[in-house]
Design a protein around this ligand. Structure first.
Ligand code: FAD
Length: 361
């Protein structure tokens, strides 16, 4: 008979590792499957110069602090090394190069189909597949007609491809601000944003956003009103690179683009400009396609949840996708809280499942 795990976690990034940490003492028979060949989740896909926006002690998973970084903020490579060390330290059961294509349910058992044709079975499933595989680009008329270089931030590695070009950078978040800082050193840049970008003061960093999310979470939990502070979660963190770019006066947004042609864009105010390249820093959806047979999702892949539990499918949890799966759950420091509660809920669920199966015998 085919082995039936208590739990399978789909995705082997930081969210899965945090769940693994809390699973160690539960005695559950579980497995993590990940489609990559190396450790680090999606971090190895990010651009080479990326630094985190909080110091290492505020960028840690449960139980094991990220070691002090060489610079003020950990680099992408330091984050990857930390995640690889984390999974080794706790000897987490991860099988790599396993891509899950679909999940279905046969009575109380989940059947997890992989791209190689192998099927895995489990009583419970955590989906922790992140956002990186779902880059989002807004509909702008004429986008397909553009003949120059066009890429999403998910594909960006370094500025070489933009050298000497005139580049439109779209997006007012931290990614837009950071890539504008880098690309503007080698290219002429234009910035398109929806809202006027808001920068955090120079003397605070990403921690303030985490503190803000915590205050909101605590207020909501206690049913108290949350008074918005002067900051909000979309504020741009003044990393050293962003500060340097500000001194070159590159952060001048020209608003939204209303039309794209083969080699030009038109701004909402009617001005038309030739451009050689477009870099979309417009965020991500959620990588939940593998669950589409099991449960409906909205256009961006969001599934209806209560905390991290799927509302429509008992036995299915979603961890690490952002606010809808637990506050600050898409961050290194925030996902621990979601992971702890999820593991607790799964232990309860499996206990109840076992007793109801025994009663039915
Ligand atoms: P991922 O890291 O994406 O891991 C998911 C894993 O699942 C991947 O290995 C993926 O390949 C795999 N997978 C996906 N689909 C399947 C499938 N069908 N079958 C099998 N495997 C699958 N957070 C911070 O705390 N601090 C920061 O400074 C910070 N900076 C950021 C900067 C950028 C530009 C971005 C995009 C994010 C940043 N984050 C930061 C957020 C956060 O760290 C990431 O969102 C994080 O990668 C989420 O972890 P995860 O484990 O949920 O997903």
């Amino acid at each position: 008979m085919q082995k039936e795990f208590d739990l399978i976690i789909i995705g082997g990034g930081q969210s899965a590792l945090a769940c693994g940490y809390f699973l160690r003492r539960t005695g559950l028979d579980y497995l993590i499957v990940d489609d990559k060949q190396a450790c680090g989740g999606s971090w190895p896909q990010t651009w080479e110069s990326l630094t985190l926006f909080s110091p290492s002690q505020f960028s840690s998973l449960p139980g094991f602090l990220m070691p002090a970084s060489a610079g003020e903020y950990p680099s992408r490579d330091e984050a990857i090394a930390y995640l690889c060390a984390y999974e080794q330290r706790y000897d987490l059961p991860i099988r790599r190069d396993v891509r899950v294509t679909s999940v279905s349910r046969e009575e109380d058992v989940f059947v997890i189909q992989t791209i190689s044709g192998e099927q895995l079975k489990a009583k419970a499933v955590i989906s922790a597949t992140g956002t990186w595989q779902k880059p989002f680009i807004p509909e702008v008329p004429g986008r397909e007609a553009f003949k120059g270089v066009q890429m999403h931030s998910a594909e960006y590695k370094n500025s070489t491809v933009f050298e000497g070009k005139k580049v439109l950078i779209v997006g007012e978040g931290n990614t837009g601000a950071q890539l504008l800082a880098e690309v503007s050193k080698v290219a002429q840049t234009l910035w398109s944003t929806h809202e006027q970008p808001e920068f955090l003061p120079d003397d605070v960093d990403g921690r303030v956003l985490f503190d803000l999310a915590t205050a909101k979470y605590e207020a909501e939990k206690q049913g108290k009103p949350f008074h918005a502070s002067q900051y909000h979660l979309g504020n741009i963190v003044m990393t050293p690179a962003v500060k340097e770019a500000r001194s070159r006066d590159v952060y001048q947004s020209k608003g939204l683009v209303s039309k794209i042609e083969e080699s030009a864009i038109t701004w909402e105010n009617g001005d038309r400009e030739e451009v050689d390249a477009i870099l979309w820093c417009t965020g991500f959806g959620f990588a939940t396609d593998h669950l589409s047979e099991l449960v409906p999702a909205d256009a961006r892949g969001r599934i209806s949840t209560e905390n991290t539990g799927c509302k429509d499918v008992p036995g299915l949890w979603l961890v690490g996708y952002g606010g809808w799966t637990g506050f600050a759950s898409a961050t290194l420091i925030g996902v621990g809280r979601s992971a702890r509660q999820t593991v607790k809920d799964i232990v309860e669920y499996l206990k109840d499942l076992k007793s109801s199966q025994e009663n039915n015998r």
